[in-house]
Design a binder for this molecule. Structure first.
Ligand SMILES: [Fe+2]
Ligand SMILES: [Fe+2]
Length: 340
C-alpha cells in the first residue's frame, strides 16, 4: 500500500484504505476505483493524502499528455479557423476537449514541464489557448471550485483569445514594439471574441465575459473598458493564467522567464492589477512545488531547490554540489530556468 498526495492521484487508481470525513462519515471504501468526481470531492473536503493499492495503475491518465494536447490543438485550430469563416462554435467538441484536458491538469510540476515541451508544437495562439485552459483548470482546483465551475473555467481559458482570429496576422505576430494604432487594434480581440461567442445560442455568458474582460485590471488600467474594482471571477482566473503563460513563453517577451520570475511578476501584479486571492494561491503553489527540482541559476550553476521560505517563496535555498546559495540573502542571483 502506498500513501500519496491527492494532488498526484488520477482517475482509475484503486483505493487502499477507507476514507472518512472529519466528522467520521465513511466516504469511500477500500478497493474502490477513484473517479474524477471523487478527486473533486477530495479537493473540496481538504483531503490531502490517501492510501492506494500497490498494484494500482501508476498515476498516469488514460491517455498521454502529448496525444491529448495534439488532439486539442486540432480542435482549437478548427474552431478558430471556423470562427474566422463565420462557423458557429461546436460546444460539444469543446466540452469534450476540456474534459480530456481536465484529466491532465493535476500535478503542477509535471504539467508545467509538459507544457514547456509542447511550446513549439503549434501556432502560438493555439498552444497559448490550451495552456491557459490547463492553467485555469489547475487554478480552479486549487481554489476548490466545484466540478462544473472547473469545466467552465477550462472552456473560458480555451476561448479567451478567440477574438484574435479577427485581427490581422501582421499585427498579431509583429516581433517589435506595436504602434499605438496597432495596439488599439489588438485590444479589440476582447470585444470581437465576446461578440462572436455571444452569437452562439448554447454559449455560456460567463465564458463570453471572460473573453471580454480578461485584460481588465483591478486598478482600472486594463481594457477594453478600464473597469475598476473586483473583476468577474472567470475573467480574473483567466487573467492570472494568461499572464503566467505569456511570461513563461518565449513568444511574447524578449526572454523566456522561469516559473520563479513569472511568480515574482504575478506577485507584483497582484497589487492593484490582478485578483490578489487567485494570484496568491497560484504563487504559493508554484513556488512550493519546486522543492527537489533541478534549477539553472543566473551564475550558470545548476543546483537543487532544497528549501522554500514561505515568506519569500521565489528566493529559495539552492544546493550546488556541496555549496548552498540562499537567494533570499544573495539577491544578485536569480533562477533562470527549471531543468527537467
Ligand atoms: Fe487576450
Ligand atoms: Fe491570452
Amino acid at each position: 500500500m502506498l500513501k500519496i498526495k491527492t494532488s498526484n492521484l488520477r482517475p482509475g487508481i484503486k483505493l487502499g484504505k477507507d476514507i472518512y470525513s472529519y466528522d467520521s462519515q465513511l466516504l469511500l471504501t477500500s478497493g474502490s476505483t477513484i473517479t474524477q468526481e471523487h478527486l473533486d470531492s477530495f479537493a473540496r473536503r481538504n483531503i490531502e493524502e490517501v492510501f492506494i493499492l500497490d498494484e494500482s495503475p501508476r498515476m498516469k491518465p488514460e491517455r498521454d499528455f502529448e496525444d491529448v494536447y495534439q488532439d486539442a490543438l486540432e480542435v482549437v485550430n478548427s474552431f478558430m479557423v471556423g470562427a474566422m469563416l463565420g462557423s458557429p462554435l461546436d460546444f460539444q467538441e469543446i466540452d469534450k476537449t476540456v474534459d480530456l484536458l481536465r484529466e491532465q491538469a493535476f500535478d503542477a510540476i509535471d504539467l508545467f514541464r509538459q507544457m514547456r515541451l509542447m511550446k513549439n508544437k503549434g501556432e502560438y495562439l493555439f498552444t497559448h489557448s490550451i495552456n491557459v485552459s490547463l492553467l485555469c483548470i489547475l487554478i480552479g482546483r486549487w481554489l476548490k471550485c466545484d466540478r462544473n465551475t472547473i469545466r467552465e473555467l477550462g472552456i473560458a481559458g480555451l476561448l479567451h483569445d478567440l477574438g484574435k482570429v479577427f485581427i490581422e496576422n501582421d499585427i498579431l505576430n509583429k516581433p517589435g514594439k506595436l504602434t499605438d494604432q496597432e495596439y488599439e487594434k489588438i485590444k479589440k480581440h476582447t470585444v470581437l471574441g465576446y461578440n462572436f461567442i455571444c452569437q452562439n445560442p448554447d454559449m455560456n455568458l460567463e465564458v463570453a465575459n471572460a473573453a471580454l474582460m480578461h485584460h481588465e485590471r483591478v486598478d482600472g488600467s486594463g481594457y477594453p473598458s478600464g473597469l475598476k474594482g473586483q473583476l468577474n471571477f472567470y475573467a480574473a482566473v483567466v487573467a492570472v493564467a494568461d499572464v503566467y503563460d505569456a511570461i513563461t513563453s518565449a513568444h511574447s517577451y524578449a526572454d523566456k522567464r522561469s516559473p520563479y520570475s513569472a511568480a515574482e511578476i504575478l506577485w507584483q501584479e497582484s497589487f492593484g492589477k490582478l485578483d490578489a486571492r487567485i494570484t496568491k494561491v497560484f504563487y504559493d503553489k508554484i513556488t512550493n512545488f519546486y522543492v527537489g527540482n533541478k534549477v539553472l541559476l543566473s551564475n550558470k550553476k545548476e543546483g537543487i531547490v532544497i528549501y522554500v521560505d514561505p515568506f519569500q517563496p521565489t528566493r529559495p535555498i539552492v544546493m550546488v554540489e556541496d555549496e548552498f546559495y540562499n537567494l533570499a540573502l544573495d539577491r544578485s542571483i536569480t533562477i533562470r530556468d527549471i531543468i527537467d
